[in-house]
Design a protein around this ligand. Structure first.
Ligand code: HAM
Length: 430
């Protein structure tokens, strides 16, 4: 036998019945996005590598270590090859599209959502995959349309709290920080670098590397021996300029008024370089080490760094894999079973079964079709095994008389019903 081919490391098949939960989650978020007036945007999975280098940042782990990127061959001798990448996240693609299609010419703020796969070559573990799915949203636009307002931050956070509550996820925790802006960041980085200079030699290898390349990320270190040292480092909150300070205070005031609980975490820095001001994560205890269900924040300078006009923005992305995992571990959402298994009995009955199935499905009944070659016993066994609620027997006598035998597979009770009554009966006992 030939060697079998498996799904690539870090990717996986989502199978029924789990896909039911995925669909239920997506249906719930689409409903919610509608009332908050977000509209869907779909950007390509494939982008120019430079897009991520200039937005997420060349010194981040995501871009420096985890990209699926390759040089795409030129199609003609005269053309140069192009470096392409599978998107590791969707904010950069949305802002690229905003610039490319001059979306600032549309009135007001642009409010987009997306649902789709993202790719990062990380070490796979529980809750961490190389192909994973995000549900995200972005609000972006000119300052004159209100894009910089702390009310937008509060609206996004209130929506996320409502979403998790609506899905029945309890005990989530919202961690909040302000990471400052282009005006105060250099002063903070200078203070951080100075403080690190004296102690970094005694810290872990990752910290030593990050102290050079991306000192903010030192705050994210989880190595226990480093923790007392990190606690002594200067805090971003002491370096925020006046406008960032008032902005952050206003976000907190609005959240308190909306009764959205949060905790301040001065070490929350996020793994992407484009963030300014408000940064946040929602975590959940059931997830283990990879405990962030979602993350996001402001990116007020991102459009300019991609060659666009000033367009402050804020957004988030939920890890759908982790959201579904949390739901399964806490609630255990069940798929809707087959309402009725139709058992055609004998030659020529498949067509009658198909006609009946069409009628019932039009009435929103979930139908599974058997086959006329099956013996009745086999049909009933198959129906029971798949968890169907009823079996409907379609033989020559039934078709002739218009009266069908409907068997309740839970109780074993069998009734004779007319064709017109079947759908109503199945639905009344759903
Ligand atoms: P992020 O924090 O890199 O932010 O990712 C958001 C969420 O995606 C994480 O909280 C996590 O739930 C999920 N996630 C990330 N990597 C993996 C993985 N390897 N396997 C499974 N789930 C994963 C962003 O991507 C930003 N674009 C969010 C944003 C939107 N900020 C502003 N707008």
């Amino acid at each position: 036998m030939a060697v079998s081919i498996k799904a690539v490391r870090g990717t996986r098949d989502l199978l029924p019945p789990e896909t039911e939960t995925w669909n239920a989650v997506e249906a719930a978020v689409r409903d919610l996005f509608r009332v908050y007036n977000f509209q869907e945007i779909r950007t390509p999975v494939l982008e120019d590598l430079q897009l991520f280098q200039r937005s997420v940042g060349e010194d981040t782990d995501i871009v420096s270590k985890e990209m699926f990127a390759w040089e795409d061959r030129a199609r003609a001798q005269s053309e140069k090859g192009q470096w392409l990448a599978l998107r590791p996240e969707n904010t950069a693609g949305v802002v690229r599209a905003y610039i490319e299609h001059k979306l600032w010419e549309r009135p007001g703020l642009q409010r987009f959502y997306y649902i789709g796969p993202q790719f990062r070559r990380e070490r796979p573990q529980k809750g961490r995959y190389r192909q994973f799915y995000q549900i995200g949203a972005e609000i972006i636009g000119p300052t004159s349309a209100g894009s910089e307002s702390p009310a937008v931050d509060a609206e996004i956070l209130e929506m996320l709290a409502a979403l998790l509550d609506r899905l029945g996820i309890q005990n989530w925790r919202l961690e909040l920080n302000s990471v400052g802006c282009a005006n105060d960041r250099p002063k903070y980085l200078e203070a951080l670098r100075a403080a690190l200079k004296d102690m970094v030699d005694t810290m872990c290898a990752d910290c030593q590397r990050r102290a050079q390349t991306n000192p903010l990320r030192v705050l994210d270190c989880k190595v226990s021996e480093d923790q007392p040292k990190i606690e002594k480092l200067p805090r971003q909150s002491d370096y925020l300029d006046e406008s960032c300070r008032t902005h952050f205070a206003e976000v907190q005031k609005l959240l308190a008024a909306l009764a959205v609980p949060f905790v301040l975490n001065h070490r929350l820095v996020r793994g992407l370089d484009y963030y300014t001001r408000t940064a946040f994560e929602f975590t959940h205890g059931s997830l283990g080490a990879q405990n962030a269900i979602l993350g996001g924040g402001r990116y007020d300078g991102l459009s300019e760094s991609l060659g666009g006009p000033p367009a402050p923005g804020i957004g988030f992305a939920i890890g759908e894999d982790r959201l579904v995992m949390t739901l399964q571990e806490t609630a255990g959402a069940a798929a809707r079973p087959t309402d009725v298994y139709i058992a055609p009995l004998g030659a020529g009955m498949n067509v009658h079964a198909a006609l009946l199935a069409r009628e019932l499905r039009r009435a929103d009944v979930i139908v599974t079709l058997g086959d006329e070659s099956f013996k009745l016993k086999k049909s009933l066994e198959t129906a029971s095994k798949m968890g169907a609620r009823y079996a409907l027997i379609v033989g020559e006598n039934e078709v002739g008389s218009g009266q069908f035998a409907l068997k309740n597979l839970g109780t074993g009770e069998q009734v004779s019903v007319s064709r017109e009554q079947i759908a109503a009966l199945l639905k009344s006992r759903a």
